[in-house]
Design a protein around this ligand. Structure first.
Ligand SMILES: O=C(O)c1cc(=O)[nH]c(=O)n1[C@@H]1O[C@H](COP(=O)(O)O)[C@@H](O)[C@H]1O
Length: 283
């Protein structure tokens, strides 16, 4: 079993530190000439993957935009995940799950087992029931060579009051999360590769990493950075947020790339331009 950190590292070396989000918003379906239905989101996801195969190493389907069509939407999501696997593209399923441990174990089985119909290479998870409640997902991911991304400093403004708040121990909530993740990645650090516990840190978060006293480089995990493109962040913002941890960034853009569709060449060009901008930063 090859760990997520090793697999991701290989994908990033080949294709760069960029992840394209598969977010089939109703308005995008309209502009792509697709129906607002499960068939529409399936066709959207498959087209994105076909356009990016051989050019992008990681995609991030947004589960909510499939779930809104019920069981048929979930079936479409399964097909999109399977198509990405067949194309050799890593998948981060954006589901932002978080619950008490016994329920978290079921979420983990839903997405992180080798035989889960909805399996992905990694998922996004939410630590707001306590970081410890995430253990079933973190443990199962380690066993199956998969990864998790823990929400730490999210890209939305409303997050600040909660994520910057100070715990009883006098540290920012977000810092505690980052330190818990670092502890779970300690084994991988000894083997000189990235651990399987990543963080979500929005590219829009400005000086928040510093303000919260977080040492991102010390986490030794992948740093998923949404907010590029449609939410207003560009290369300068990525540099400001990630500073000495830029090498571990996986910058994520959804609408910023998807708006270039449905033409496959335009989609690919938009994705490649994002890769160029991010790689210039990291070089
Ligand atoms: O976990 C995420 O990916 C995520 C975390 C975060 O802090 N902010 C954020 O925008 N996201 C997701 O990243 C995607 C951003 O989409 P665009 O704004 O279109 O690039 C959406 O699917 C969001 O749900």
């Amino acid at each position: 079993m090859v760990s997520y950190g090793v697999r991701l590292d290989e994908a990033q070396r080949r294709y760069g530190h960029v992840c394209v989000g598969i977010d089939p918003h109703p308005g995008l379906l309209d502009s792509w000439g697709l129906p607002r239905s499960a068939e529409g989101v399936r066709a959207f996801g498959l087209r994105v993957i076909d356009a990016l195969e051989g050019h992008i190493g990681v995609v991030k389907p947004q589960s909510a935009l499939f779930e809104e069509y019920g069981s048929a939407g979930i079936a479409a999501l399964e097909d999109v995940l399977a198509h990405a696997r067949d194309a050799g593209i890593l998948t981060i399923l954006d589901v932002k799950r978080g619950d008490i441990g016994s329920t978290m174990a079921a979420y983990a089985r839903a997405y992180l087992c080798d035989d889960s119909p909805l399996r992905a290479d990694a998922i996004t998870i939410s630590p707001y029931l306590g970081f410890g409640s995430l253990a079933p997902a973190i443990d199962l991911a380690a066993q199956t060579g998969r990864g998790v991304y823990v929400l730490t400093l999210t890209s939305n403004l409303e997050a600040v009051t909660l994520q910057h708040a100070t715990t009883a121990a006098g540290r920012a909530v977000a810092r505690d999360i980052a330190e818990e993740a670092a502890a779970r990645n300690a084994d991988a650090r000894e083997k000189h590769h990235l651990g399987h516990v990543g963080l979500v840190v929005g590219a829009t978060t400005g000086s928040a990493v510093n303000a919260c006293g977080i040492d991102l480089a010390a986490v030794n995990g992948s740093l998923l950075a949404p907010g590029l493109g449609a939410q207003g962040a560009g290369p300068a913002q990525v540099r400001e947020v990630f500073a000495d941890a830029l090498a571990n960034v996986l910058a994520s853009s959804s609408r910023g790339v998807l708006r270039a569709g449905p033409d496959a060449t335009s989609l690919r060009d938009a994705a490649k331009q994002t890769v160029e901008e991010v790689e210039d930063l990291i070089a």
